[in-house]
Design a protein around this ligand. Sequence first.
Ligand code: NAP
Length: 301
Amino acid sequence: MYDIVIVGAGPAGLTAAIYARRASKSVLVLEAKAWGGQIINTPDIENYPVVAHISGADFANDLYNQAVALGAEVKLEKVTGVEDLGKAKLVRSTLAEYEAGAVILATGSENRKLGVDREQEFTGRGVSYCATCDGNFFRRKDVAVVGGGNTALEDALYLADLANKVYLIHRRDAFRGEETTVEQLRRKENVEIVYNATVTALLGEKRLSGVELTDKLSGEKRTLEVKGLFVAVGRIPENESFRALIQLDEAGYAVAGENCRTKVPGVFVAGDNRTKELRQLVTAAADGAVAATEAVKYLNA
Ligand code: NAP
């Protein structure tokens, strides 16, 4: 039996592991994909205090090494559910079952799909959800980015330096992301911003060769001949495995306040899958610290 099982090895989960180990608790971190979470796809982090520039991959590696050096055990196993046995919690993964005194759910979020026909078929064949992972395949080609948040803006900026031409397609006439990035994009000669438009069809035979856009105001259709479509339309919290255990809000976020406590004693939630105002690296790390500290208090009570 572990004192604390942490589900998810992103910035929230690994920070929780550091805090829990420093409080001398035994810690197992279970991660379904790769440690680091979504931050590994960020080429350059510029908004984490003290560190002016660091790649997401380096950040993730340093954080992982710090947690492991302090004695956290990390296993690559997908958690399929958590059961409340009262004092103990039973954590089920695809490979094993673990008992814990407390559980911290730090599963983060996954890419939202655009919801257009043939999206699945073209994924990996022109449709991508990660500009920094796949942008290199589209050097000197025409590509499109869809979305209006910071991810879409940053993806478009990143791709502008690689691709021949970048269309940035947004369904409204005002971006949700930061104005400074929009300004940077406006200064790029090879970026064309298409407002009030939605992607209504994906074109091509075996690979994507174009997208059909529909103007929201006039209903007019237009085809963009692009080899790549980068979908950046937000993220969905990864809480479905815990629906029977904890309370989720309408959008699927785990309901918990700033103390990261759920309604179930001994079950805590940290990071992007929690109800909160600001989802950033720094707030994910902060949640990890809070959730671990609360879990330690719970175990010591
Ligand atoms: P987001 O802020 O939720 O933006 C999603 C965008 O996709 C919105 O503009 C939305 O349009 C659009 N959208 C949603 N569904 C769509 C659909 N079916 N078709 C077309 N467009 C659709 O998501 P995000 O950009 O992934 O960012 C997530 C969080 O991470 C945000 O808090 C963001 O600030 C943060 N982030 C921060 C940084 C940074 O600080 N450097 C970098 C990346 C992300 P509407 O605007 O019309 O709703």
